[in-house]
Design a protein around this ligand. Sequence first.
Ligand code: GUN
Length: 295
Amino acid sequence: MPAKLISGKEIAQQIREELKQEVEDLKTKHNVVPGLVTILVGENPASVSYVTAKQKTAHGLGFNSIQDTQPEDLSEADLLALVEKYNNDPAIHGILVQLPLPKHVNETKVLYAIDPDKDVDGFHPVNVGKLMIGEAVFLPCTPAGIQQMLIRSGVETSGAEVCVVGRSNIVGKPIANIMIQKQEGANSTVTLCHTRTKNMKEHTLRADILIVAAGVPKAVTADMVKDGAVVIDVGVNRIGKTESGKAILCGDVDFEPIKEKASMITPVPGGVGPMTITMLMLNTVKAAKLANGLL
Ligand code: GUN
């Protein structure tokens, strides 16, 4: 039987409905409006499309949301000053600097500059460290979205063999970290594979839950997947354009044959992508509550 599709679109919609109610309550009961700024440097087409989607969602939820677009040649010092300005702005609860940044800017330095209490991406070392010790405040958005998809799809994670393919700071490392925690929706045994892993198939074939964030189209093929596994495809690869100029996307797993083997699988698009944006909204609401002593 073909795998059940895990619709990130539907689960994200459900979480957004919950958030909408929370935002209304914050406004009416506490006079608090969650504030989010998304900072985009340059015109990387993927980044433009992500940031536009984030802004649209934030507006839809009734946030005070600001898009701050800066030229590609913005200096590192000016970007750091901009971050500092928003660190000091009480109407802004969440700051997101869209990655990647232009080559002349030190990404780490910029991420370190964001106030950890406004770090709704969960990339600041303080928040990375808190996650590591089971005290997370802001989970990075894509991994948080993956965990929510597993929880809300009724996937048993406790004691499950989880195999993560990819060791990025944005997805691979944090999702591995999340899944090992002694917490609901985690408690898994985690293997993390990367470009230097010997015989990757040996590891992926053991996985009850296979999470692929390799950044390579069809990096995982059907022979690497155990029968009945839950497959989460984080890849967003632009493999061409339609006649109308819309990007054609594919994931990191060979979807069609794997669908015949897996018990559940996420599609691309409509899988992890919408969850990432929604978890950013959730983190921003949380930041607004924290800033106002409501948590
Ligand atoms: N670039 C790709 N994914 C992300 C993300 O989750 N946050 C930021 N800031 N940049 C990204």
